[in-house]
Design a protein around this ligand. Structure first.
Ligand code: ZN
Length: 217
């Protein structure tokens, strides 16, 4: 409904999901799709890009997973249940669905300060706390490979203009995009929080546009 992106990174032993959808029902649908893609295997790890309803409210649909977030996101989620519920309803989630999802809200068990390498079995991924920017707690993921992939969360949006809410940190957003570009380099695929996959040129143009919009260099 919000064109939000979810990504699945599969190793030999473990599988990492990046973002979990806007409701428990969406989370359950993502879980089913992920298991189908993996021949029945389960998601073992979850990384949450940032604490906005359309990226985190499906987490409780995944039992027994290790959940990662940027340091400080635990406080925001624990103290911000009502705000999260209100935000979800304002954006069109049914009240009952929003209540259900925030009642069982999962707070990350592992808080990433700087960078954290996760071994998935034959494949390593790097969780990088690149924020703040779009929110106070933006966590990106670098997936190395013949062509690197950077999961950007809402630091980058393709299907609409980047959304700056009350928890955005405009003065630091362009620098967060510089860090994303450093992580992935010129040839990586960049996966926005909303919309289609883009290249470094798009991210750089969005960085410059945000810098102009917010009056920072
Ligand atoms: Zn967001």
């Amino acid at each position: 409904m919000w064109d939000a992106t979810t990504a699945l990174v599969v190793g030999e032993d473990r599988a990492l999901l990046y973002d979990t959808g806007a409701t428990l029902r969406e989370g359950a649908a993502i879980r089913a799709q992920a298991q189908a893609l993996m021949g029945g295997r389960r998601v073992t790890h979850i990384a949450l890009s940032h604490p906005h309803f359309d990226h985190v409210l499906g987490t409780a649909a995944f039992s027994g997973t290790e959940v990662y977030g940027a340091v400080g996101v635990d406080t925001v989620l624990t103290g911000g249940r009502d705000a999260l519920r209100g935000d979800a309803v304002r954006h069109g989630v049914a009240e009952a669905d929003a209540v259900e999802a925030t009642d069982v809200l999962v707070v990350p068990h592992h808080l990433v300060c700087g960078e954290w390498t996760l071994e998935l079995g034959g494949r390593q991924v790097l969780l990088a706390n690149v924020g703040p920017g779009h929110s106070g707690h933006d966590l990106a993921v670098l997936v190395p490979g013949s062509r690197e992939v950077v999961l950007c969360g809402d630091l980058v949006e393709e299907s609409g203009d980047p959304q700056a809410g009350s928890d955005a940190v405009p003065s630091q957003w362009p620098a967060a995009l510089d860090r994303l570009l450093e992580l992935g380099g010129e040839d990586a695929l960049y996966v926005p929080g909303h919309g289609a996959v883009v290249g470094a040129g798009f991210v750089r143009a969005q960085r410059d546009e945000l810098a102009r919009r917010f009056g920072v260099s």
